[in-house]
Write a protein that binds this ligand. Sequence first.
Ligand SMILES: Cc1cc2nc3c(=O)[nH]c(=O)nc-3n(C[C@H](O)[C@H](O)[C@H](O)COP(=O)(O)OP(=O)(O)OC[C@H]3O[C@@H](n4cnc5c(N)ncnc54)[C@H](O)[C@@H]3O)c2cc1C
Length: 290
Amino acid sequence: MKPPPFGYTRPRSLDEALATLSTHGPDARPLAGGQSLIPLLNLRLARPSLLVDLAFIPGLADVQAENGTVVLGAMVRQRAVERDALIAQRVPLLAEATRLVGHPPIRNRGTVGGSLAHADPSAEYPAIALALDAELVVRSASGERVVPARDFFVDLFTTALAPGELLTAVRIPVPPPGTGWAIQEIARRHGDFALAGAAVLLRKTGDGTCEHAAIALFGVATRPLRVTAAEHALTGQPLTAESIREAAALAVEAIDEPLSDVHGSAAYRQRMAEVVARRALEEANRRAGT
Ligand SMILES: Cc1cc2nc3c(=O)[nH]c(=O)nc-3n(C[C@H](O)[C@H](O)[C@H](O)COP(=O)(O)OP(=O)(O)OC[C@H]3O[C@@H](n4cnc5c(N)ncnc54)[C@H](O)[C@@H]3O)c2cc1C
């Protein structure tokens, strides 16, 4: 199917893009890599009158290290994340998650900001942002605000972004040395969206006691979820096969609105959530230094 007619503009500055979005209101849509938006247009599930292409705005595709954080501009391509030495060294969880996003042609075009703003519940980046306690920098014609990842993902394909707002960057606190990390997912084929996935960060003391746990699930509910009950259950406890199994079982209880569709029933996804949570905890535990 072909998309309905739409206008197209190519702003050369962030201010110009924000002014255009403010003038046109919800009829205008930002265009990043187009890997989700263009299929939506082709299927006529979205009918914006104007696409505001973010690709020519200077400064939106930078990766920088700043005061213990890695800051990624919204237009950093997923392929650039995959190949970035700074990210590989400081936030390896993000580098590994990127290799699970679609296939190279999709990652060549798809962007960090596009994936976060699209908020597909089965996408890797929203869950990674949650697990890493990232902050999302949001700009509009009237100013800037910073939204913690835990407040950004509201519902199915719905974020805290208002019409006229742009996600401009994501700030990721660099996990302390010794932090173990893992991402595990179950998909029908490599590159498919996950039917269930888990991203985990773990830190432990010299005697193997858990001092920090972050567990985020994706592909199982209408939005990515932080599993705080399981995190609290692990913290202060020895990291053993049994405590990990118990935490993984608790992870399932966090799934308040389970996803169910032709790709996987709610019951299947809940069962797989426990499996991926356990596998990710085991792997992060192996990687965690003391
Ligand atoms: C075959 C296929 C397989 C895929 N598999 C996966 C997968 O396994 N995992 C995965 O995570 N993704 C997958 N994707 C999606 C891919 O990662 C997309 O790149 C991503 O979801 C959207 O990023 P984009 O830059 O292409 O954004 P676009 O498609 O351009 O935009 C997506 C939405 O976000 C809005 N938007 C974009 N940028 C901004 C911004 N800076 N501020 C505010 N709003 C903005 C747009 O208006 C639009 O509504 C797949 C896509 C395809 C086609």
